[in-house]
Write a protein that binds this ligand. Structure first.
Ligand code: KIV
Length: 274
């Protein structure tokens, strides 16, 4: 063993310790270069099924496959050393039965080497959370606005507008917590509901469009970098990469058309061999 200090990956214990403490910093990554940049800056990297919309141009996350999640999970794991990496279980890979969920979750864990999976946990999914956790698979739950259910909801709609809907979100959060999830994403709810859930559950909550009252925050990295013309209300853009990339490509295109690129500096001058 070398005397060098080994950087170790965060574990479920580190994530659990964030309950009521310094907020967890969580972001999405789908590729090796982005994972490498996020690794030392984030507690949790989520290989979200948002990859379908962000990278593959799908209209929703419903079309994302297990193979896509595994491929992107492998890229993120190769490029990260210390962040806790969670891979989303895509629509259709865990809802049919607890056995189906275990088969596919264990495949994700084995083939990517990630630390946990995430499932969109309606109350019905509590049995799945318990089944996976008892068999060695840490589960992050996802409650509130569940993007995989947008076909039932009629779009991406914030949750908790009626008492009945509010009670349903609380019930799904409490059920997932009692079933043993180590953390939960709360998406698209008002501040009072997020605060209520955060106070009720034992595990840390990670908000996206769910106010500052959660135990951590997550955003889609491409949203905060300003890669899209439109972003939801809850996104804060920390950069305008869309404009930067546009400027860079315009510069390249006009240089190519005017034969200013490649120049002398970018051109090989090879000595002739014997
Ligand atoms: O798929 C995803 O990126 C997510 C986050 C937005 C929480 O589930």
């Amino acid at each position: 063993m070398s005397a060098q200090v080994q950087s170790r990956r965060k574990t479920v214990r580190d994530i659990a310790a964030a309950k009521g403490a310094t907020p967890l910093v969580c972001l999405t990554a789908y590729t090796a270069p982005v994972a490498e940049l996020l690794d030392e800056r984030c507690d949790v990297i989520l290989v979200g099924d948002s990859v379908g919309m962000v990278i593959h141009g799908l209209p929703t996350t419903v079309g994302v496959t297990l193979e896509m999640m595994i491929l992107h999970g492998q890229a993120v794991m190769r490029a990260s050393k210390q962040a806790f990496v969670v891979v989303d279980m895509p629509f259709g890979s865990y809802e049919a039965s607890v056995e189906q969920a275990f088969m596919n979750a264990s495949r994700i864990m084995k083939e990517t080497g990630c630390q946990a999976v995430k499932i969109e946990a309606g109350e019905y999914a509590a049995a799945t959370v318990r089944y996976l956790v008892e068999r060695g698979i840490p589960v992050m739950a996802h409650v509130g606005l569940r993007p995989q259910a947008t076909n039932v909801d009629g779009g991406f709609k914030a949750k908790g507008r009626t008492d009945a809907e509010r009670d349903r979100v609380i019930a799904e959060a409490v059920a997932a917590d009692q079933a043993g999830c180590f953390a939960m994403v709360i998406e698209g709810v008002a501040e009072d509901l997020a605060a209520d859930i955060t106070a009720r559950v034992r595990c840390p909550t990670v908000g996206i469009g769910a106010s500052v009252t959660c135990d951590g925050q997550i955003l889609v990295t491409d949203d905060l970098l300003g890669m899209f013309a439109w972003t939801p209300k809850f996104v804060r853009r920390y950069a305008d990469l869309r404009a930067e990339i546009g400027k860079a490509v315009d510069g390249y295109a006009s240089d190519v058309r005017a034969r200013r690129f490649p120049g002398e500096k970018e051109t090989y001058t090879l000595k002739k061999g014997p």
